[in-house]
Design a protein around this ligand. Structure first.
Ligand SMILES: [Zn+2]
Length: 313
């Protein structure tokens, strides 16, 4: 099978964390009267987010579902409620940020983070969760004004922090990171291993975009720094994925190397190898190589080249 060098190929399923179908309806965020009415509407659904985790349970059909309640059952902490949007069926969704997840009498629910359930929840619920977790991460790390140092307060239903002293409005920040599937002139893929990863796990290279740098420049610099390989002009964007661990946006690329000698930096990347499709197939089969996490765009970039779904990690 001829594998594609562009697109995510190999499978039709949507990239995890990138689809929700929810209208964020940002124009309502400053409208306190509308928000109050939406909050108390009987069809509105609320879930609690705390430390990047939510409560999930197994639904009647065995699928993993977010535990949601009507707003009247939710604890009253108005300051920490995030308006997430309106679904096509008209249901409004809020997340409530709390210091701890609430207990449940029936014990059926369990706490879970995005890495565990981001690929199990429905696309709508995964999208709601990624929005809430991203907001919570930003809120937690931006409690003080970066201009004057005063404590800031939440506004716009969780989407702004306002400084009462200098009146600066602070908006949620997202840190762009590049992640790239590098191939050589023999169409082999370059995969690397970080020291703290489980033995045998290989994945695409990745790194943060630096100030004053284009994302294509970041791709070339990161590959050169991490493994000493030179990437040429052929750098093409594939797709992006929100990655709120704590606040990244992964920008996925295919890139063509013009050199092949590998010199790992020994810090971020501990080991790197060129794999042909046959090499990788054999390494998966023998257990010598483990694929990256199922929800990550890394797996999809590799699949786009490999031409078939990767085995589950
Ligand atoms: Zn300030």
């Amino acid at each position: 099978m001829e594998a594609t060098l562009t697109g995510l190929g190999a499978t039709d399923r949507p990239l995890a964390l990138t689809y929700s179908g929810v209208d964020r309806a940002a124009h309502h965020r400053m409208d306190e009267a509308w928000l109050a009415a939406a909050w108390s509407h009987p069809t509105t659904r609320v879930f609690v987010v705390s430390g990047g985790q939510v409560l999930v349970e197994d639904g009647p059909d065995g699928r993993t579902e977010l535990v949601m309640t009507p707003a009247f059952d939710a604890p009253e902490t108005e300051m920490h409620r995030y308006f997430l949007g309106i679904a096509p069926d008209g249901v409004r969704y809020f997340a409530l940020q709390k210091d701890a997840l609430p207990g449940r009498m029936d014990g059926a629910a369990r706490a879970a983070g995005l890495r565990e359930v981001g690929g199990l929840l429905s696309p709508l619920e995964a999208g709601l969760m990624v929005h809430a977790v991203a907001l919570e991460n930003w809120q937690r790390m931006h409690r003080f004004c970066s201009r004057c140092g005063e404590r800031t307060v939440i506004a716009a239903a969780g989407h702004i922090r306002r400084c009462p002293a200098c009146l600066t409005e602070h908006y949620p920040r997202t840190d762009p990171a590049v992640i790239m599937l590098v191939t050589d002139d023999q169409d082999r893929a370059l995969l690397g291993r970080q020291l703290h990863w489980p033995e045998g796990r290989f994945s695409t290279l990745a790194g943060f975009v630096e100030p004053g740098e284009s994302i294509e420049q970041a791709v070339r610099r990161e590959v050169a720094e991490e493994v000493g390989v030179t990437v040429g002009d052929d750098v093409s964007y594939v797709a992006s994925q929100p990655w709120p661990f704590p606040s990244s946006l992964m920008l996925g690329f295919n890139a063509r190397a013009v050199s092949s000698e590998i010199t790992v930096d020994g810090e971020e990347i501990h080991e790197a190898r060129w794999f042909s499709r046959e090499d990788l197939r054999a390494a998966f089969a023998s257990g010598e190589v483990l694929p990256p996490s199922g929800i990550s765009i890394a797996a999809r970039l590799i699949e786009g080249w490999y031409g078939a779904p990767l085995p589950r990690p």
